[in-house]
Design a protein around this ligand. Structure first.
Ligand SMILES: Nc1ncnc2c1ncn2[C@@H]1O[C@H](COP(=O)(O)OP(=O)(O)OP(=O)(O)O)[C@@H](O)[C@H]1O
Ligand SMILES: [Mg+2]
Length: 119
């Protein structure tokens, strides 16, 4: 099993939900996040706005992102990556990233099921 941590533009949330629904994922966790990548969050439109709101100045701007965490069977990983790229790659910086981690085990607390049966 793998955990995919998918960071995307907030407006792409519905696309990600549909992708995960289509592969019949067992569940997902969503949070809103602030982040930056290689450009340190600098865009013409948003430069300085977030840091002004927070009342301090640094050279890094943090921009709003949506973070989706989903644990899936190994065989679904490449499908999800392809579909996320199809819907979320605009060609502009800030499209997001997918981090992939190994997951050792999962336990469904109610039943005691483990592994992929518990997803
Ligand atoms: N190395 C990293 N570690 C942790 N989180 C990251 C890292 N890189 C990016 N992120 C997260 O992913 C979000 C999107 O990053 P982003 O798409 O701007 O990456 P990038 O490497 O700058 O690629 P691009 O050049 O296409 O913009 C960031 O706002 C941040 O939340
Ligand atoms: Mg970037």
């Amino acid at each position: 099993m793998k955990e995919l941590v998918i960071l995307i533009r907030p407006e792409k949330l519905e696309d990600i939900k549909k992708i995960l629904d289509d592969i019949n994922c067992g569940g997902m966790t969503l949070s809103t996040a602030m982040g930056c990548g290689a450009q340190k969050g600098t865009t013409l439109e948003t430069e300085g706005v977030v840091n002004e709101l927070k009342g301090f100045k640094t050279s890094i701007n943090l921009l709003p992102k949506v973070k989706v965490e989903v644990v899936v069977d190994d065989r679904d990983v490449e499908t999800i990556i392809d579909k996320v790229r199809e819907t979320c790659a605009t060609g502009h910086v800030g499209d997001g990233k997918i981090f992939i981690r190994n997951v050792e085990d999962v336990i469904r607390i109610r039943t005691g099921e483990r592994g992929t049966k518990a997803l």
